[in-house]
Write a protein that binds this ligand. Structure first.
Ligand SMILES: [Cu+2]
Length: 283
């Protein structure tokens, strides 16, 4: 059965209030795959809750039953029945079902299955201690080259090559990621310094970023509005303030935002930074 159908059945079985309690009050759902991730999270957490309660009961029983007062000497024979083995087999079976029945099929369906649609949006996100640089390819949808030669922390933080015609309409923002609703977004992640992790809680996206590699991740936003980009990997003393803002626009607004930023930039020299004064500065 499809995970989505299973999830809907689960949702329909409870009232909205009960459902909120049962679903751990996770952040709001903002992408097309979020509910499926949530469903696997519920399954894993309910299995863990079940195991926790089971172990706690067993532990308490053991404390009472084998207390020193009643058991003066050690028992060298131990348990004779096989109940514990059956329970172990049961738990292992459930874990295999979670992995083989849910996680692996989901991984194949979503994580490695990059969208081929023409209307996909691609951006590069370059992490550094402690900020997010976003590189937009502009209207030609081709990223201009970048090189250390042109790097300047203030005016050209990504080292975009001013001589590369592909980079003419490119622009960068700091701590501001803007995307349109309903279109698959592919984010190519890389880092200038240490390992970071690109976390978008409302999109249910979390991907480690490794210096020297370009790692793509993708999602389709389904809800407009703003939410947080959080670094999810302890990356240094300022890790706690390494946060950016994700803004999901309706298409026309996104296009006008793109156009205004592309025209503000000249040859990718770090023009067109963020809007509304939110964290778009160097920390
Ligand atoms: Cu970080």
């Amino acid at each position: 059965m499809e995970t989505t159908t299973l999830f809907q059945k689960f949702q329909n079985a409870f009232s909205p209030e009960t459902l909120k309690l049962l679903t751990f009050r996770l952040p709001e759902v903002g992408s097309s795959h979020a509910q499926e991730i949530d469903f696997v999270m519920y399954l894993v957490h309910y299995l863990m809750l079940f195991l926790f309660v089971g172990w706690a009961i067993f532990f308490t029983l053991t404390l009472v039953k084998f207390r020193q007062q009643k058991n003066k000497g050690a028992n060298y024979h131990g348990v004779k029945n096989h109940i514990s083995s059956y329970i172990e087999i049961g738990v292992v079976t459930l874990e295999v079902i979670l992995l083989v029945g849910f996680s692996i099929p989901y991984w194949n369906k979503q994580v490695n299955n990059y969208p081929q649609r023409d209307d996909k949006v691609e951006v590069r996100v370059v992490a550094e201690q402690f900020a997010w640089n976003v590189h937009y390819p502009g209207e030609d949808k081709t990223f201009g080259k970048s090189s250390n030669t042109y790097f300047d922390k203030q005016s050209n933080p990504l080292g975009l090559d001013p001589n590369d015609p592909n980079g003419d309409d490119d622009f960068t923002t700091i701590n501001q990621l803007h995307l349109p609703i309903g279109k698959p977004a592919i984010v190519h992640l890389t880092s200038k310094d240490v390992m970071h992790s690109f976390g978008l809680p409302t999109m249910r996206v979390k991907q480690d970023i490794i210096p020297g590699m370009s790692i793509p991740t993708w999602f389709t936003p389904t809800k407009s509005g703003t939410s947080e980009i959080a670094c999810a990997q302890l990356c240094g003393i300022g890790h706690y303030y390494m946060r950016g803002k994700l803004t999901i626009h309706h298409e026309d607004k996104f296009n006008s935002w793109l156009a205004s930023n592309a025209s503000a930039s000249s040859g990718g020299s770090g023009g067109g930074a963020g809007d509304d004064g939110y964290d778009d500065f160097w920390n």
